[in-house]
Design a binder for this molecule. Structure first.
Ligand code: ZN
Length: 291
């Protein structure tokens, strides 16, 4: 009898633990203003996350630009574990910015997708979270460029506008910290589907870890340096993941880009990654696209 009750207790404990593990991570995807086709890319980001089987995703769409309505945009960040931004538009109100900063500072996750790192050039804490960003008047006043040379991270304070890209093409993503939970178990190098390869991003870059780079070829209009593609930073108790990948539907649907996005969202939310690696992950010579 005693054995049976112990067994039942153990079963309950196991069920309890697996229920905890299976609880979906609450994600808020923010969009509504962007110089990119957010009405096309947001549903793809949502589907990538839902297909990963770890998330429940809500979307909050800001008012359109030039209506003055952005002043009334007040998402309830604290209802979620991680905020994913597909937003590159007008500044939020001081109240909304403060609630976002508080959310991340207290341990919330943040993920910046592609042109979200163009947003909010004047917002100090946002730039600390993304580490580096581009455009919007960013220059040497905002922090150094961050590149890799001969495998070593270099910061340059050369006066120059931050943010650029050459012509779109397939390119090789190279891990620089393959032991990080977001990249652990993935190939060290993989071909990314045709995308904009961002270069000359600059910002505070304080405590930023570059997880992966890509070589920005001068033949394609790039810099001749290995540019940061995937980054993580800490902000207070919060975690931030920054992917520069994902200009278009095609680029987001790269199995590599989609995998690191879903893994990055989980890591930003809970500090670990439990997702299996897709069997059709791209190789160093071959791109793979989601069906
Ligand atoms: Zn773009």
């Amino acid at each position: 009898m005693k054995h049976l009750s112990t067994l039942i207790a153990a079963l309950f404990l196991q069920c309890g633990i697996s229920m905890l593990v299976a609880a979906p991570i609450r994600v808020l995807l923010v969009d509504g203003q962007n110089n990119h086709a957010w009405k096309i890319t947001s549903p793809i980001i949502q589907r990538i996350l839902e297909d990963a089987g770890r998330f429940s995703v809500d979307v909050v769409t800001s008012p359109p630009p030039k209506t003055g309505e952005i002043a009334h945009f007040k998402p309830k960040f604290s209802n979620y574990q991680v905020i994913v931004s597909n937003y590159n538009g007008e500044p939020w109100s001081d109240e909304t910015k403060a609630s976002f900063v508080e959310f991340v500072r207290k341990g919330g996750g943040f993920v910046s997708v592609h042109a979200a790192d163009n947003a909010f050039p004047e917002w100090k804490e946002y730039n600390q979270m993304i580490g580096v960003g581009g455009w919007g008047g960013r220059n040497e006043k905002d922090g150094p460029f961050v590149v890799f040379k001969d495998g070593i991270i270099l910061k340059s304070s050369v006066p120059k506008a931050g943010g650029g890209h050459g012509s779109q093409h397939d390119f090789l993503v190279v891990a620089r910290d393959g032991k990080h939970p977001i990249l652990k178990g993935l190939p060290d190098q993989w071909m990314h589907v045709k995308d904009e390869l961002y270069h000359t991003l600059r910002g505070p870059a304080e405590g930023m870890t570059v997880l992966a780079t890509a070589f920005s070829s001068t033949a394609k209009g790039g810099t001749g340096s290995d540019e940061p593609m995937l980054m993580v930073t800490r902000f207070g108790k919060g975690r931030s993941f920054h992917t520069t990948l994902g200009h278009s539907a095609e680029a987001l649907n790269c199995v590599g880009a989609a995998t690191v996005l879903a893994r990055g969202v989980e890591w930003a939310a809970i500090g670990k990654v439990t997702q299996a690696i897709p069997t059709d992950f791209p190789t160093a010579t071959e791109t793979r696209s989601r069906k």
